[in-house]
Design a protein around this ligand. Sequence first.
Ligand code: NAD
Length: 293
Amino acid sequence: DTGTVGVIGLGNMGLGMARTLLREGHAVTGFDLSVERQADAARDGVTIVATQQELFSACETIILSLPTARHVQTVLTGDNGLASCDLAPRLIIDTTTSEPDVTRELDAALRVIGHVLIDAPVSGGPAGANSGQLTMMVGGDDAGFAKAMPILSVLGGKITHVGPVGAGHAVKIINNMLVATHLLTMREAVALGKAAGVDTNYLISALNAGSGRSAVSEVNYPKWVLSGQFDSGFTMGLMRKDMRLAMDLASQKDVALPVSQLAGQIWQDSAAALSDDMDFNRITELTASTNTA
Ligand code: NAD
């Protein structure tokens, strides 16, 4: 029995996860700093509390879906954070795309007071969160992973335990580094195809039956780029964050990534043309002048 599940961060992803938990019969208590997000979640059946401490008290299992590692630190070890509350052991499932080293520090701080932290970042967007079909890359010890499994299996379709705490966040950063890079190389593939007289729809159909395919050619291009919809629910700001995390991780660990580094630079420079709140697939609309040397 997992009791009432708490969700902190009821944004595009967190609210989708809350809805899935409700649909599967769990009671869900939620907290978000934004009153709009509180109202949306309340309308869907989430019990909204006024402070994070109330949520910590009411819930033995707490899911985090926050923008960055800084927000996770604030909630867990900041003023009025979980670590400052005198509570029986809690299970924290951090689905934020966060930073492996920060996650390891938080684990150390929480472990000594009895809490269990696992990192379970996700792929699959708001659609996956709403349908309970997220891909989850989980870091944690075997006992923590086993303890979290009843909740993970409600939220996730493909769940991979990738190593000790922090490993999930490392894998997620690497995953998004590839997606961000694939968006740029796919844009170049389409430009080259056009210049060579190939219709883009035919190009993409053939690539998707061939070995040049990726999630970007199979999903992003048809669904969000060619359709002109740009409504994926994932923003430029968050993807720029993820690309920056990948670049930071590479420099911390002294790993040379010449190709990804160039992609990272293009993403960083895109801030001048594409604002944080825009759909991340808009990177394909950048003029290719930065990389046609
Ligand atoms: P979002 O900005 O829509 O939601 C984040 C929510 O956290 C906001 O509603 C914000 O008000 C709330 N928040 C911020 N600080 C808070 C605090 N201290 N206490 C309570 N609430 C707080 O972001 P999102 O798209 O839902 O993404 C959440 C995380 O999941 C990010 O790390 C993102 O990189 C990752 N992610 C997103 C997607 C996607 O497609 N949107 C996919 C995979 C992973």
